[in-house]
Design a protein around this ligand. Structure first.
Ligand code: BT5
Length: 329
C-alpha cells in the first residue's frame, strides 16, 4: 500500500480526532514535510482534511467521488468489487472499457466505474446521457457457466437487484419496464445494457452495464430527455450518497446472481413480474420496423412476453414497449 493510502487509513481510524504530524511521520518513517505533501494530495482527491501546525491533521469528510480506496472501504459484497476495480474520471463507455478488460482476462466480479461517459451506450446504438460526477455508470464482469440462450435472463436478474436497491434507497414506487428500464411515475431513472462475448455453445463473459440517475437534475440533460428522465435525488428530495448506493446495488446483485446460478431464476422472475406489473397491460411493441399492439397475458420462464393481439398470440423477445393505458402500481 502506498504512503498516501496508509495515512488515509490512519485518518479514518481517527475520524474527527486530531492526529499529530509527528505520530504519522513516526508511524511511516517519513519526514513531516512528506506527510504534508501526502495530506495535500489527499485533499486534491476529494478529502476534506483540517490541518493545524499545533494539533496535526483531522479527517472531516469525503466528497463522494469514486476512488478505489473508498470503494474497497465501503463494499460489503464478497465477489463483486473484490476483483479488479477500474475507475475513470471520464471515458467513452464503461461497457467498452469492461469489454477490453474482460478480453484481457479480468476475473468475474471485476467492475468498471466512470464519473462521466462521452459515449455512454444504450441499446441499438442509442445514447446514455452521462453528466459528470452525479450519477452511477457501472459495468460488472460476469463469467457464468450457463447456456448462451439463458444469457438474457441476466438483464432481469439485474433489474431485480436494481429494483431492490431503489426500494431501500427511497423510491419504492418505481416500476420495472420490460426489458431493461426502471421508471418512476413514467420517467426513466435507470437503464441496463447487457453485452456478451461468446458463441452458440459457450459464454466467455458478459458485461452488465448499469446507468442510474442519482443526483442529476433536468438542467443537465438535453432537451429530448428533459421530460422523460428523473433522478433519485429528485424523487427523495435529498442528496444520494453514491458509494452507499453502489454498495447496496452490488450486494443485491451478488445475492440474486448467486441465486440465479443455483437454479432459482423462477423466484427472481416472480419478483420481476410483480415489480413490472406487466400482466394484463395493453402495450405497443416496436421491434425495428414491426409494430404490434395487444395485451400481455403472461411472461415466459425466460422473461419473454406473451401478447394477445387481434391476430392471435405473439411471443415478444425483443423490442421496446409503450403502455397504452398506463396503470400505476
Ligand atoms: C438503456 O438503453 O437504457 C441502457 C442504458 C445503459 C447505460 C449504462 S451506463 C454504464 C454502462 N456503460 C454504457 O456505455 N452503458 C451502460 P435504451 O433502453 O436503449 O435506452 C436509451 C434511451 O434512454 C435513450 O434513447 C434516451 O431516450 C433515454 N436516456 C438516455 N440517457 C438517459 C438518462 N441518463 N436518463 C434517462 N433516460 C435516458
Amino acid at each position: 500500500m502506498d504512503k498516501k493510502q496508509i495515512i488515509l487509513e490512519l485518518l479514518y481510524e481517527n475520524t474527527g480526532i486530531w492526529l499529530s504530524g509527528e505520530e504519522i511521520s513516526r508511524n511511516l518513517g517519513i519526514s513531516r514535510t512528506a506527510v504534508w505533501k501526502h495530506i495535500n494530495l489527499l485533499r486534491d482527491s476529494g478529502y476534506n482534511i483540517e490541518s493545524s501546525s499545533r494539533h496535526g491533521h483531522k479527517l472531516i469528510s469525503h466528497n463522494d467521488s469514486f476512488t478505489e480506496f473508498e470503494i474497497k472501504r465501503i463494499l460489503k459484497s464478497d465477489l463483486f468489487g473484490s476483483q479488479e476495480i477500474h475507475i475513470f474520471s471520464e471515458t467513452d463507455s464503461t461497457n467498452i472499457q469492461a469489454f477490453k478488460i474482460a478480453s484481457a482476462g479480468a476475473a468475474e466480479g471485476s467492475i468498471v466505474i466512470a464519473e462521466s461517459q462521452t459515449g455512454g451506450k444504450g441499446r441499438l446504438g442509442r445514447k446514455w446521457e452521462s453528466p459528470s460526477g452525479k450519477n452511477l455508470y457501472l459495468s460488472i464482469i460476469v463469467r457464468p457457466q450457463i447456456p448462451t440462450l439463458s444469457a438474457p435472463r441476466l438483464t432481469l436478474v439485474t433489474a431485480v437487484a436494481l429494483s431492490e436497491t431503489l426500494d431501500s434507497a427511497g423510491a419504492p414506487g418505481h416500476r420495472i419496464k420490460w426489458p431493461n428500464d426502471i421508471l418512476f411515475n413514467g420517467k426513466k431513472i435507470s437503464g441496463i445494457l447487457t453485452e456478451m462475448k461468446g458463441d452458440c455453445d459457450n459464454i466467455d463473459f458478459i458485461i452488465i452495464g448499469i446507468g442510474v440517475n442519482l443526483n442529476s437534475s433536468p438542467a443537465e440533460y438535453p432537451e429530448e430527455i428533459k421530460n422523460s428522465a428523473v433522478s433519485l435525488q429528485e424523487i427523495t428530495g435529498g442528496e444520494i450518497n453514491r458509494l452507499d448506493f453502489l454498495n447496496l446495488l452490488l450486494l443485491n446483485f451478488e445475492r440474486n446472481y448467486i441465486d440465479f446460478l443455483q437454479g432459482n431464476f423462477p423466484a427472481i422472475l416472480e419478483k420481476w413480474i410483480n415489480k413490472s406489473a406487466i400482466i394484463n397491460q395493453k402495450i405497443k411493441v416496436t421491434n425495428y420496423n414491426e409494430v404490434i399492439t395487444g395485451t400481455v397475458t403472461d411472461v415466459t420462464g425466460d422473461g419473454n412476453l406473451i401478447v394477445a393481439t387481434d391476430n392471435g398470440t405473439c411471443l415478444v423477445n425483443s423490442g421496446d414497449i409503450n403502455y397504452l393505458q398506463e396503470t400505476l402500481i
